[in-house]
Design a protein around this ligand. Structure first.
Ligand code: PHE
Length: 455
């Protein structure tokens, strides 16, 4: 195979730290924050999930973002090339590919959920506020497979079009306006939601840790979500790191991305979870709804607002942009990895990804409908890909990065890389977590994931 270090493709560049922070935040803020975070927090214990999530973000998440970014900038390579820069033996191949394959497996089902967002935007544009808020609306949509497939294909086609037509920068520029608007709107909806009668119980459930709800699944899931939401352990940050200049303060930008991403997730939690209590009586069944939660809860809030059409259209439009920038970043990373590693032309790599997306995405979208009977380890296709990537592959990919630094690169070179642009303020903590917490944490996660599948 072609050595990626001989690759002559010119590497793009971000304009300074702000450009970099906005690009990473655009990739980080997406379905993970608004769709995935609230349903996991609701399902896996509320406050205790939130607490574990926040601890993981500032410890493990911080360490991994700094590591991946520094390795990317040091080697000027995406993950496979970055691993190869330190050795060519099997473990290096494995570590690099583990990071590189995850986005290829995520982007197909990401587009299925993106399709749900498109469908709702369309519904609000046609003024169906009351219809959409109906109890069985979402489940009947999911079971109409042709419908789900159609919206999936449309979202995937838009993502491809953006990348092929080279209008990626245009979309990212628009989304820089959309993101702050999304935050402002989310603040309003969250305030509306938490002030409904009965919502306070939900606020408590979401914010106050109840240790009775603790389980290892809570930890596993919080960690998987932390990877997913911050775009960690999937090669994205290596790639972005390779685009930045030596004067970008890695620690500072990491902190900003984390604040931004976690802020949006918290807002989404405050919109959705209290509303479950206010509008669905806080029944356990709704709290456990899983992937549908955001899509069955938001419409009820909007319908009760009186200005639901307006809010619905605005919200889902901004939500769409958040999802689109993330999907673009997933697809772009996948395509450029294939270009580098297979040495194929860009159009050929795009075709390959289109096939992967069509096959895996169709399986995911039909899995909630006509293929409901087909289960892998008891999960529908979409849930299976989500579990496989988040709870199995990402921990392995993160572990590979830790070992690369601990065994091969060494702290000295990472420290030096970070210190090129600024003092390494949390150096001691960084060393501590990388050395002890990370490997232990990941081992626990993997073991309990395996126990979960077997049990
Ligand atoms: N972090 C994104 C989200 O929360 C998902 C994503 C992961 C996007 C990796 C790009 C790369 O939706």
């Amino acid at each position: 195979s072609k050595d990626s270090s001989q690759n002559t493709k010119k590497r793009g560049k971000f304009s300074g730290r702000i450009g970099y922070v906005l690009a990473v935040a655009g990739s980080a803020v997406g379905l993970g924050n608004i769709w995935r975070f609230p349903y996991l927090a609701a399902k896996y214990g509320g406050g205790i999930f939130l607490l574990i999530y926040l601890i993981l973000v500032v410890t493990f998440g911080y360490v991994l973002i700094v590591s991946e970014t520094a390795l990317g900038r040091m080697t000027k390579k995406s993950p496979i090339g970055a691993f190869h820069a330190f050795g060519k033996r099997l473990p290096f191949h494995f570590g690099g590919w583990m990071n590189a394959i995850v986005p290829m497996l995520i982007v197909p089902y990401y587009c299925v959920i993106g399709g749900w967002v498109l469908k709702y935007l369309f519904d609000y544009l046609s003024g169906n506020v009351a219809v959409v808020a109906g109890d069985a609306y979402f489940s009947s949509f999911l079971s109409s497979s042709a419908n789900v497939e159609f919206w999936f294909l449309l979202f995937a086609a838009i993502t491809f079009f953006v990348i092929l037509a080279g209008v990626k920068n245009g979309v990212e520029r628009v989304s820089k306006i959309m993101m702050p608007l999304l935050i402002i709107l989310a603040i309003f909806v969250a305030i509306y939601s938490v002030t409904r009668p009965g919502a306070l119980e939900g606020v408590k459930y979401f914010l106050i840790p109840n240790f009775e709800n603790f389980s290892w699944m809570t930890v596993v899931t919080a960690m998987g979500q932390m990877f997913y939401s911050l775009s960690i352990a999937m090669g994205v940050l290596y790639t972005y790191g390779s685009y930045i200049d030596k004067d970008v303060d890695i620690e500072k930008s990491t902190a900003q991305v984390e604040i931004f991403d976690t802020g949006v997730a918290l807002l989404a939690g405050l919109m959705v979870i209290p509303a479950v209590f206010a509008f669905s009586g806080g029944n356990m069944e709704t709290l456990q709804a899983g992937p549908s939660l955001t899509f069955i809860t938001l419409p009820k809030i909007f319908a009760s607002m009186g200005v639901g059409t307006l809010v619905g259209v605005a919200f889902f439009l901004m939500f769409l942009f958040a999802a689109l920038t993330s999907a673009i970043s997933l697809l772009e990373t996948s395509v450029s990895t294939l270009e580098d590693e297979l040495g194929w032309s860009r159009p050929k790599c795009c075709v390959l990804m289109a096939v992967v997306m069509l096959v895996l995405g169709t399986a995911s979208s039909l899995g909630y409908g006509v293929w409901d009977g087909v289960r892998i380890f008891g999960m529908q296709f979409l849930d299976f890909f989500d579990f496989l990537t988040n709870s199995v592959m990402m921990p392995i990919a993160a572990l590979a990065t830790c070992f690369l630094i601990l065994r091969v690169v060494g702290f000295q070179r990472i420290d030096a890389e970070v210190e090129i642009s600024s003092a390494f303020r949390r150096k001691k903590l960084y060393h501590f977590f990388l050395k002890y917490l990370a490997p232990v944490c990941i081992a626990i996660i993997l073991l309990s994931a395996i126990a979960n599948v077997l049990g």
